[in-house]
Design a protein around this ligand. Structure first.
Ligand SMILES: Nc1ncnc2c1ncn2[C@@H]1O[C@H](COP(=O)(O)OP(=O)(O)O)[C@@H](O)[C@H]1O
Ligand SMILES: CC(C)(COP(=O)(O)O)[C@@H](O)C(=O)NCCC(=O)O
Length: 317
């Protein structure tokens, strides 16, 4: 017998991974990819073909296998499927601020919805579960936005648990980058999707211990598959600052934008603010909270300096 690696991950180069696409057809056009791309992200058809099509094929296999397991459970329970019918397959997507999670999530949503077995794919971002600005101020958490404690974790976990339990209609709060706050009169509604994608900085965090020492469940306990979007911290910082520069020329121009004030000062002054936010909030959150959860993901995508995925690590144990 040859050497047996006990590492939980199998590491694949981009070329090795892209060969696993088999005959999965490319269902998106260049124009559709363009529409899904976030500000500053580089995702073209090559990237979709080489990286995201094999992932969509792997996920399709996982969905099928999970259905098989559920029907085995139903046979065991002798309940004719009522326990697990309509249970969606739940995917978590984690990573730093500005690493490009939302582009990965939107792309997967579009690709997965093209499979006839699971056409209804819903996407929620965890920013909706941040405490409203007034509550963050009351708790002294305005400089900890994005840290685990700045979210209503109980509400997020309940939301995903309700969707997974097959509730016909589940609603959740909505965050706006424009006003930098939860939108008071807006809710999003999810109707029994085949697949639910949950994207956010902290989705792989383990549960906090309950007050009485009992174990609680975290949102990650409901995931059937998870992806960690990984890159070097220096690259992510550059993407964050580049995006801030672009937002200053676009979204911040809106007088209602919370960041509108940074259009009135010089670019250098505005960038000083962004550098400071990166150094005091987003980088410490990455280092202390987000990166340590990387080893919990089913798949790690390792991006190079140009946003292109260079290597992948897939959980095998
Ligand atoms: N201040 C802002 N104003 C408007 N849009 C923003 C602002 N900050 C971030 N965004 C947008 O919000 C989305 C999510 O960003 P983020 O949470 O940093 O995650 P990621 O870059 O990993 O997708 C991105 O599409 C980004 O362009
Ligand atoms: C809204 C966020 C906390 C991220 O949300 P999430 O990933 O949970 O959907 C983040 O993008 C943010 O606004 N951070 C605050 C610090 C900053 O302005 O960069």
């Amino acid at each position: 017998m040859g050497h047996v690696s006990t590492k939980p991950y199998v590491d694949l180069s981009r070329a090795e991974w892209s060969a696993l696409r088999e005959r999965t057809p490319l269902p998106l056009t260049a124009a559709e990819v363009e529409e899904l791309r976030g500000l500053g992200d580089v995702i073209d058809l090559d990237e979709v073909r080489d990286v995201y099509l094999p992932l969509s094929r792997l996920l399709n296999l996982h969905v099928g296998a999970t259905h098989g397991l559920r029907s085995a459970l139903n046979t065991f329970l002798d309940r004719d499927g009522d326990e697990t019918d309509g249970t969606p397959f739940v995917i978590g997507i984690a990573g730093s601020v500005a690493v490009g999670k939302s582009t990965v999530a939107r792309l997967l949503k579009a690709l997965l919805a093209r499979w006839p077995e699971h056409p209804r794919v819903e996407l929620v971002t965890t920013d909706g579960f941040l405490f409203p600005k007034a509550e963050l101020e009351r708790r002294g958490l305005m400089s900890r936005k994005g840290f685990p404690e700045s979210y209503d974790r109980r509400a997020l976990t309940r939301f995903v648990a309700d969707v997974k339990a097959g509730k016909p209609e589940v609603t959740g709060p909505v965050y706006s980058h424009l006003i930098y706050d939860i939108v008071p009169d807006e809710r999003l509604t999810v109707h029994r999707p085949d697949i639910l994608i949950v994207e956010g900085l902290n989705v792989l965090q383990p549960a906090l211990p309950g007050k009485d020492g009992r174990t609680r469940l975290a949102v990650a306990d409901y995931f059937d598959f998870s992806v960690y979007v990984d890159a070097r911290t220096d690259d992510i910082e550059r993407w964050y600052l580049d995006r801030f520069r672009k937002l200053r020329a676009t979204a911040f121009q809106n007088p209602r934008s919370y960041f509108h004030k940074y259009t009135a000062v010089s670019e250098e002054e505005a960038l000083d603010y962004a550098r400071n936010t990166w150094r005091t909030i987003n980088r410490p959150n990455l280092e202390q909270n987000i990166a340590p959860t990387r080893g919990r993901a089913t798949l790690q995508l390792h991006k190079g300096p140009d946003h292109k995925v260079e290597r992948l690590s897939l959980r095998k144990l």
